[in-house]
Design a protein around this ligand. Structure first.
Ligand code: HEM
Length: 131
């Protein structure tokens, strides 16, 4: 079976996992800000790690399959690192509720930009339209 025949399945899986991953992060962030305990329960954290690992695996496989070498991919990876760091601060590491809220908003901004970079396949994402 030629490798490219996996492309439609991988792309759908990548997009579906991206939706699941961001939706779960958003719910967990809101839960943490509301003072709930469920966002940090083992099963919820395990689901989040599972979605993220599969999302990244599908993304890396797509990048290899399509031999992407344009600038948008490193920009996307940079935004991914920022999203992960801000996400961890928002859910756990930031010292105060206000700091958690600020990191949560910044993480959602990063992932929104990340999705717009992915969709436009342009390093500036939706900002390219404004420039
Ligand atoms: C939070 C992490 C990520 C999110 C939310 C995300 C989101 C998306 C979305 C929504 C698309 C579809 C764009 C379209 O409409 O065509 C896409 C495509 C793509 N993503 Fe990701 N992605 C993430 C991580 C990654 C990673 C880590 C890689 C690679 C190392 C990657 C590689 C790709 C590639 C190559 C495509 C283009 C597929 C194509 O041209 O059909 N993604 N991503």
């Amino acid at each position: 079976m030629p490798a490219m025949s996996w492309y439609p399945l991988l792309r759908h899986a990548h997009i579906g996992l991206a939706l699941l991953s961001v939706a779960l992060f958003t719910l967990r962030g809101l839960g943490v800000l509301a003072g709930a305990r469920w966002p940090m329960l083992g099963a919820v954290r395990a689901a989040s790690v599972l979605f993220d690992t599969l999302l990244l695996a599908a993304g890396v496989t797509l990048a290899v399959l399509l031999q992407v070498s344009q600038a948008w991919l490193p920009v996307k990876l940079g935004l991914l690192v920022a999203y992960i760091v801000l996400g961890s601060l928002a859910l756990k590491r930031a010292p105060t509720r206000a700091a958690k809220a600020a990191c949560f908003a910044a993480a959602l901004l990063c992932v929104g930009l990340l999705v717009s970079v992915a969709r436009s396949r342009h390093p500036l994402g939706f900002l390219a339209g404004l420039a």
